[in-house]
Ligand binder design. Structure first.
Ligand SMILES: NCc1[nH]cc(CCC(=O)O)c1CC(=O)O
Ligand SMILES: [Mg+2]
Length: 353
């Protein structure tokens, strides 16, 4: 008997035997609502679940001591001095969030055309990695590789005559990745979208004996308006000249995303990422189905800001919107999500038992 979506086709068009329907009821054999009639029944047929293991929590760093500074465009998100970041790492651990990601706000005086601070083994990111891994070696630490927090022009790479240089930038990114890995970073995450950077970083790590350091490639990263609040948080919003469309992807494309992901896997990526998240769930699904790799999505700053702002205005239930948005990533096939909601979502998940 031919079976399609759980019901024998032969039974489909058959209506009920004469006279079985109670008066004033529709003559329906199939009533999908039966499986939704109570919480226990909904739990029984639920296809996807979100757990704390699915969360990666991005933190913003700032120089100083005992300092926490609100990010205006991301209500509830703060820039943290290293000691405070260590406290948040502890909070992440207690919430069983497996991994945190670190992003620095670099003092303007330390920014230059070449982003030299990126390769300083004692920069803010490296200090934070050392401090966190010293106190909490059991939590995963991910570091972003790109020059934008360190360049005076806010671009992810070196510039000459208004052009972002690919190969010259890759050489600097390798050095940036190495100082981070040597500080104790567990996952190197290149977000720059230069061609060939994953292979170059893998080779650099291996040559230095850092064989176990993982690479999570921002493989399909789009030129997006949704990064606005992040650039505010790391202080590059005001200085960024032009846009990033010569290196980040065109939001009209998905075949191209598959080619980008394929290259990064071939170059040695252990995990791949799609970014932004919610507007690109179709890409997440295609990537997961095509490559069956550990696949992550970044629910970026603008996505966070939209939900947080609407919630603060009383326009939607912030907690429910948060959980629904995170579950959507699981439904699309993601193995995990980088999200500024991570601690709140983890608290919610743990309170549910
Ligand atoms: N290359 C840096 C980088 N790494 C992560 C984000 C955005 C994250 C977010 O918006 O939350 C960006 C911004 C950008 O590419 O301009
Ligand atoms: Mg690429």
């Amino acid at each position: 008997m031919a079976i399609k979506y759980g019901r024998p086709i032969e039974l489909r068009e058959v209506s009920r035997r004469e006279g079985t329907a109670v008066p004033h009821t529709l003559d329906l054999t199939v009533r999908p609502r039966r499986n939704r009639k109570a919480e226990w029944a909904r739990r029984m047929v639920r296809e996807n679940v979100l757990t704390t293991d699915d969360l990666i929590w991005p933190l913003f760093l700032i120089d100083g001591n005992n300092k926490r500074e609100q990010v205006a465009s991301m209500p509830g998100v703060e820039r943290l001095s290293v000691d405070q970041a260590v406290r948040e790492a502890e909070r992440a651990m207690k919430l069983t969030i497996p991994c945190i990601a670190l992003f620095p706000y670099t003092e303007p005086s330390l920014r230059d055309e070449e982003g030299s601070e990126a390769t300083n083994p004692n920069n803010l990111v490296c200090q934070a990695v050392r401090a966190i891994k010293k106190e909490f070696p059991e939590i995963g630490v991910l570091c972003d590789v790109a020059l934008d927090p360190f360049t005076s022009h806010g671009h992810d790479g070196l510039i000459s005559d208004g052009k972002i240089l690919n190969d010259e930038t890759v050489a600097v990114l390798v050095r940036q990745a190495l100082v981070q890995a040597e500080a104790g970073c567990d996952i190197i995450a290149p977000s720059d979208m230069m061609d060939g950077r994953v292979a170059a970083i893998r080779e650099g790590l291996d040559r230095s004996g850092l064989l176990d350091v993982q690479i999570m490639a921002y493989a399909a990263k789009y030129a997006s308006a949704f990064y606005g609040p992040f650039r505010d948080a790391i202080g590059s919003a005001k200085t960024l000249t032009g846009d990033k469309r010569t290196y980040q992807m065109d939001s009209a494309n998905t075949d191209e995303a598959l080619r980008e992901v394929e290259l990064d896997i071939a170059e040695g990526a252990d995990m791949v990422m799609v970014k932004p998240g919610m507007p690109y769930l179709d890409v997440v699904r295609r990537v997961k189905d095509t490559f069956a790799m550990p696949t992550f999505a970044y629910q970026v700053s603008g996505e966070y800001a939209m939900i947080a702002a609407a919630a603060n205005n009383g326009w939607l239930d912030g907690e429910r919107a948060m959980m629904e948005s995170l579950l959507a990533f699981k439904r699309a096939g993601a193995d995990g999500v980088l999200s500024y909601f991570a601690p709140k979502a983890a608290e919610k998940l743990r309170s549910q038992g």
